[in-house]
Design a protein around this ligand. Structure first.
Ligand SMILES: [Zn+2]
Ligand SMILES: [Zn+2]
Length: 255
């Protein structure tokens, strides 16, 4: 029997989720998962001391504990705090272009079906802005890998550009290969994200061909649901379940 895939990306009420750590600990028996709240997160996880308390509280409940580190925004974690986590997911939620921060909240709401229309479609039609977003994304991911030593790239290819439509047109193949290469070279796992439905099939196929490792992340903020969409994405791309992380750090760094 194939072991059940470990779900690394789950929120609790320690950031913007609706479920307590204690209740998250109860659903590990349904299918294996950890917790990974946003860092930083407003008044709930504002600094490293709060992260340490989060790690302590989750560990006492028997949870595997990660964090969703806000790439390009979060301050660096100390070595000790980084190492006390079972894994670090790095993810981009907004991007700094020419000194201005561009938020992805509307795009996220649209991609998740909470908005009928993407209100900023016109703005992101600008090819110059699109090119800058793509280049900046690679730089921010590279920094997360080198400086912050992330283990997993969370919702890769999610951006305001995803809300424009066909990812094969929005994301040039050459750019996709560069993003994949950054992950493969460093052993960083590429997350298959259920909430955003990313990355798309062609990206996953390219990543697998390049020797990538992968990670399941439903990114739920509410109750635990079956992995239906994730398993369909894995099946469609023909990914090998042996290549998935299982609640611990990147495969390149054993222990
Ligand atoms: Zn996220
Ligand atoms: Zn998340």
């Amino acid at each position: 029997m194939t072991p059940q895939l470990f779900d690394h990306h789950i929120h609790s009420d320690r950031s913007d989720g609706s479920v307590s750590l204690a209740d998250r600990a109860k659903t590990v028996a349904i299918r294996p998962h950890g917790v990974s709240d946003h860092y930083p997160w407003r008044d709930k996880l504002p600094n490293e001391d709060a992260v340490k308390r989060y790690i302590d509280d989750a560990t006492k409940l028997g949870l595997r504990v990660g964090i969703e580190y806000d790439l390009g925004v979060a301050p660096p974690l100390s070595r000790a705090t980084h190492d006390a986590l079972h894994y670090v997911i790095g993810a981009i939620h907004n991007i700094d272009v020419d000194g201005r921060r561009i938020g992805y909240d509307d795009a996220g709401a649209f991609v998740k079906g909470r908005l009928k229309e993407f209100p900023q479609r016109e703005r992101f039609a600008d090819p110059d802005l699109r090119r800058k977003i793509l280049e900046r994304t690679l730089a921010v991911v590279a920094e997360g890998i080198e400086r912050d030593r992330i283990d997993i790239l969370g919702h890769p290819t999610f951006s305001a550009l995803q809300a424009l439509g066909d990812p094969e047109r929005v994301y040039p193949e050459e750019w996709q290969l560069r993003l994949i290469d950054l992950c493969v070279k460093s052993g960083v796992a590429i997350e298959v994200n259920e909430a955003y439905g990313v990355p798309h099939r062609e990206f996953l196929v390219r990543a697998a061909a390049a020797g990538a490792t992968f990670s399941v992340g439903t990114d739920t903020h509410f109750s635990l649901k079956p992995l239906d969409k994730t398993l369909a994405m894995i099946g469609d791309a023909g990914l090998d379940q042996e290549k998935f992380l299982a609640g611990s750090r990147r495969m390149a760094a054993p222990g």
